[in-house]
Design a protein around this ligand. Structure first.
Ligand code: HEM
Length: 233
């Protein structure tokens, strides 16, 4: 569970670094997306491995909770019991929300089921226009709101999860606990701010000019006529 959690954390950090390129404009993020797409078979191996880790993370978590219940049917001292039940429930709730979020997110930005037009938008150089997809995607306050709530819960999940990894490794002692908690919280906060900055920036006007250009000249954005219906909104 700790290992799969760490691997997934690595993905979350890597994905954030990739996504932050949206602040450097369409060229950077579209080149990055094209690079990932061109990985071809390697990309599918990475996707398969991540999915395997994700499923294993959930399965081992459920196993651990069930084992803990079996091993300690008697109650803890009142205070500890309330505390541990609360954090377990919080982890379960945030974990479930992350699961729902990832499913929605893939339907939104990878398979484009939520907005089918996203899939046919190409930039002036004929690459998938991921920049435009993000700007239009986060231009919807409902979608942005859902992303922000999910990322806040992801951040809580990571904060608790990172501390727990140190506990699992036997590195969290009375002496180190405060420093480890502070490290976990800081990491979770940086990740949350990084991700949330994207929908917030879009809602504050990031990419507005690009969308206006799309409206003025379809050649500089979508090159496929079938996508022209939702241009420049
Ligand atoms: C502002 C926040 C985020 C943005 C802008 C964003 C952006 C994207 C984009 C554009 C894609 C599609 C890549 C492509 O197919 O070209 C994607 C895929 C994905 N994202 Fe995110 N993402 C965000 C947050 C997250 C978070 C928090 C997670 C994990 C908890 C996550 C997990 C994934 C996964 C698993 C995929 C599928 C990867 C694949 O199919 O290869 N994303 N994201």
């Amino acid at each position: 569970m700790a290992l799969t959690g760490l691997i997934l954390l690595g993905f979350v950090i890597g994905h954030l670094i990739g996504n932050l390129q949206v602040f450097s404009g369409p060229e950077k993020i579209n080149v990055y997306a094209e690079f990932l797409k061109n990985l071809g078979g390697v990309l599918w191996v990475i996707r398969g491995f991540l999915l395997f880790c994700f499923v294993l993370h959930i399965v081992t978590t459920i196993q651990l909770v069930l084992e803990n219940r079996k091993a300690r049917p008697e109650q803890y001292a009142f205070k500890n019991n309330v505390q541990s039940k609360l954090s377990t429930r919080m982890m379960a709730l945030s974990g479930l929300t992350i699961l729902c979020f990832v499913i929605f997110h893939i339907l939104h930005y990878t398979t484009h089921n939520v907005n089918p037009e996203f899939g046919v938008w190409l930039d002036a150089k004929g690459r998938h226009d991921v920049y435009r997809m993000m700007i239009v995607g986060f231009g919807n306050p409902l979608a942005s709101g859902f992303y922000i709530v999910a990322i806040l819960l992801l951040s809580m999940h990571l904060s608790h999860g990172v501390s727990s990894v140190f506990q699992t490794l036997g590195l969290r002692t009375q002496k180190t606990a405060a420093a480890i908690n502070a490290l976990a919280r800081t990491l979770a906060l940086v990740i949350a701010i990084g991700y949330i900055s994207i929908p917030v920036a879009v809602m504050m006007g990031l990419g507005k000019n690009y969308l206006q250009e799309c409206g003025a000249s379809s050649a500089s954005c979508c090159t496929k006529p079938s996508a022209s219906t939702k241009e420049g909104n």
